[in-house]
Design a protein around this ligand. Structure first.
Ligand code: C2E
Ligand code: MG
Ligand code: MG
Length: 711
């Protein structure tokens, strides 16, 4: 039987042969579909059978062996076969082996069928081999075209990716670099390829080389973070992946390095870390980092036996100043305070802001406690210096608590508690001072916490009551108005003066509830007593500087007043001179606007501070309340008389009334009357009285009765 006939008659046997040899040649194909295994085989065998029968020229014969016979590729299917085998991951050698196996099996099976080859079979055999060579040539061509295309695509992809990539041989010589890599190295490709990392003067050459060596030995992929400084000085950070590349025999052949620019991510991470650990305003460590540093200091001290000191710093009067100068300048003050604190300590120390106006300092390695005290005193001096804030000047000071490790405590909690207690003691003693922790301070703290607890209970249970003290017109002796003064009817300790609880109430914010109570009572009494007297009867209230200025704007004030019925009443707000000492332009506006709401303004405890006459006029002040200390010393100290005289005449020259406070005897009242003082208030006329008692007093001293305070 001729070969073409044999092929046609035994197609299935030949295809089975092809299939099983394909499995042996490329074990990777085992799991592939049967059709894929036999891909193009039938087409190719049919082509061979047809081709052997066809006459052929010598040119065709030559072209066949090179696989370049025109217009044939599509018929034979060999080119597609080569390309598809390449896609399936077969090597070129495996593709060639497939054809060799086909050649061998056809020859063997047909030979067996023929019972050995005869002379007549030679022609078919020659033509068969020529056809096989053609198929092989086409398959190789299909395979390489596909391979080239793949290489081209990968190359295009690699060079266009923004991630700098390179491939090194195992000696660290560049085998490949993409465009991004040449840009990064700021060199043309030719100056890089074939060079070692060192020859190409690659940054971080040593690190990269070490990595390549390790991967060459272990065959394991790896990662490395590298920084790269460009000639412009800009620093970039890369996350580099090192991938082991193996040859077809699974031997280490090269190492690919793909670098991803993570500069921005790093910057964001750094920012996140900074935000978490540093105070946004001052840029110094925050509470979190401080706790970390404190732990480190404790460990270090335990290891080395060298003690350290912990300081708590609280700025005195900051809240008032902040409310007066506005939060923008307040922030500026905090920044400057942080800088001043930093300037007093060493590099090894930690300065942190715990929040608000609280700072802390860890002074490391302080074998001699005196050194800690010296630093703390310099901190006090620094904080007491005036703060220049744009064109304003603010005065504050600091209260510092100091505790020593290991003398006062060995744990972070203990030391923090100690420093806090010592700081609180410094505050209680009037501020602008340093207190060293001592075990007796526990008492102070518990006193403080007790008051806080009691105060909130007092508010809930309505233990507060408002007393009224008359303010008398010096010329007519008539009760001009009243000052509302808060009292605490303590269940055990009796009637308490505000001095015992106001500070705590301000610190804890409970002052708001107290103020609201006083304002409500004052408005009601003003209206009620005014109705009885048939005239306006003003009642003054004391505003704590904090709550006054935290109301912020006059509209907040208005909304506060709108919750209280003010009709028929008249309110005078007393603000202390000290609170206004740092008043900003906006505070002045705020105060001036009070008049629009029918509210008068008095400056309390006037004469001891630094408030200027010009500013008084600017704020639209109605009354000055001359401080008790001036009035009470007038007889003994002629200076005080001069001061009182000056206050009265200056106030009058700008149409501001003067109220003398703390008038206790007739000599004082007479002197004041002579000096032209308008109003007076003090024990001489009456102590502060309960609402009922004050009402009775008013009744007794009706001007029509002629029984006035004209003593
Ligand atoms: P202040 O506004 O200067 O009130 C005058 C203080 O002097 C009152 O003390 C009053 O009882 C006392 N006083 C009156 N006449 C005489 C006198 O002839 N001689 C002497 N030595 N003292 C006299 P008080 O009631 O203990 O109040 C103390 C301070 O507490 C007040 O000073 C005021 O600044 C503040 N305060 C009182 N009530 C309130 C309130 O409702 N809210 C706020 N925020 N502060 C208040
Ligand atoms: Mg007052
Ligand atoms: Mg006063």
């Amino acid at each position: 039987m001729s070969l073409p006939n044999y092929i046609r008659n035994n197609m299935e046997t030949l295809l089975q042969e092809w299939e099983s040899s394909a499995k042996i040649i490329a074990p990777g194909l085992k799991k592939t579909r049967k059709t894929a295994l036999r891909d193009h085989a039938e087409e190719m065998l049919k082509f061979i059978a047809d081709d052997i029968r066809k006459p052929q020229s010598s040119v065709e014969k030559a072209q066949k062996s090179t696989g370049i016979l025109k217009n044939m590729a599509t018929i034979t299917g060999a080119e597609s076969h080569g390309a598809e085998r390449m896609e399936l991951g077969l090597s070129l050698l495996e593709v060639i082996s497939e054809y060799r196996a086909l050649r061998a099996s056809v020859t063997r099976l047909w030979g067996e069928h023929q019972g050995g080859f005869k002379q007549k079979d030679i022609q078919d055999l020659v033509r068969f081999n020529e056809a096989m060579d053609q198929l092989l040539g086409e398959a190789v061509s299909g395979y390489s075209k596909r391979k080239e295309q793949e290489t081209r695509l990968f190359e295009a992809m690699l060079s266009s990716t923004p991630d700098p990539s390179s491939i090194f041989d195992l000696e660290g010589r560049f085998m490949y670099v993409n465009d991004a890599m040449t840009e990064l190295l700021e060199k043309p490709r030719r100056e890089i390829l074939g060079k070692t990392l060192f020859e190409a003067e690659t940054p971080s050459a040593t690190d990269v080389f070490e990595k390549i060596k390790i991967i060459a030995q272990t065959g394991k992929d790896s990662r490395l973070e590298l920084s790269h400084r460009l000639s412009s000085g800009r620093e970039l950070i890369y996350d580099c992946y090192f991938v082991a590349i193996r040859d077809e025999r699974n031997r280490m052949e090269a190492v690919a390095k793909i670098s991803r620019d993570i500069t921005e991510r790093k910057a964001t991470e750094h920012q996140v870390w900074r935000n978490a650990n540093f105070d946004q305003l001052t840029g110094i460590p925050n509470r979190r980092l401080y706790q970390d540093r404190l732990d480190q200091s404790l460990k270090h001290a335990d290891r080395t036996g060298c003690p350290f000191a912990l300081l708590f710093i609280d700025l005195d009067r900051f809240k008032e100043v902040n409310d007066q100068i506005g939060h923008g300048l307040g922030d500026m003050l905090l920044k400057q305070a942080a800088q001043r604190i930093m300037a007093c300590v060493r590099e090894v120390d930690t300065v942190a802001r715990l929040g608000g106006d609280e700072f802390t300092v860890i002074l490391n390695d302080i074998p001699d406690p005196r050194k800690a005290r010296i630093i703390a005193r310099s901190l006090l001096a620094e904080l007491a210096r005036p703060f220049k804030l744009n064109n304003q000047t603010a005065h504050i000071s600091g209260s510092i608590g100091l505790t020593l490790h290991p003398r006062d405590g060995r744990t972070a909690e203990q030391l923090i508690r100690n420093a806090d207690q010592a700081m609180y003691a410094a505050k209680q003693a009037g501020g602008n001072r340093l207190r060293l922790y001592s075990s007796s301070m526990k008492q102070v703290e518990s006193e403080h916490t007790r008051i806080v607890k009691e105060l909130s209970r007092a508010i809930e249970q309505g233990q507060f009551t408002v007393y009224f003290q008359p303010v008398v017109d010096l010329s007519s002796g008539v009760i001009s108005h009243a000052e509302a003064l808060i009292r605490w009817q303590h269940p055990e300790r009796g009637l308490l003066s505000p001095v015992t609880f106001l500070k705590t109430a301000e610190q804890t914010g409970m002052i708001d509830a107290i103020n609201k109570l006083v304002l409500t009572e004052a408005a009601a009494c003003s209206r009620y007593w005014g109705q009885g007297l048939n005239r306006i009867f003003p009642v003054s209230i004391n505003e704590s500087p904090i709550s006054f200025f935290t109301r912020g704007t006059i509209s907040d004030w208005a909304s506060q007043f709108s919750t209280i019925d003010l009709t028929g009443s008249r309110i005078i707000i007393e603000i202390t001179e000290a609170a206004l000492a740092n008043a900003s332009a906006t505070s002045a506006d705020l105060l001036r606007d009070l008049a629009k709401y029918g509210i008068a303004l008095a400056i309390d405890d006037f004469g001891m501070g630094r408030f200027s006459m010009a500013a008084l006029k600017d704020c639209g002040v109605d009354y000055l309340k001359m401080d008790q200390s001036i009035v009470c010393d007038m007889q003994e100290d002629s200076n005080k008389e001069d001061i009182a005289d000056a206050i009265i005449s200056m106030a009058h020259s700008i149409q501001i009334g003067v109220i003398a406070e703390g008038v206790e005897n007739r000599r004082q009242s007479q002197w004041l009357k002579r000096a032209g003082c308008d109003l007076a208030q003090g024990y001489l006329y009456s102590e502060p009285l309960s609402q009922n008692a004050f009402q009775a007093l008013l009744k007794r001293h009706r001007p029509t009765d002629g029984d006035t305070f004209s003593r």
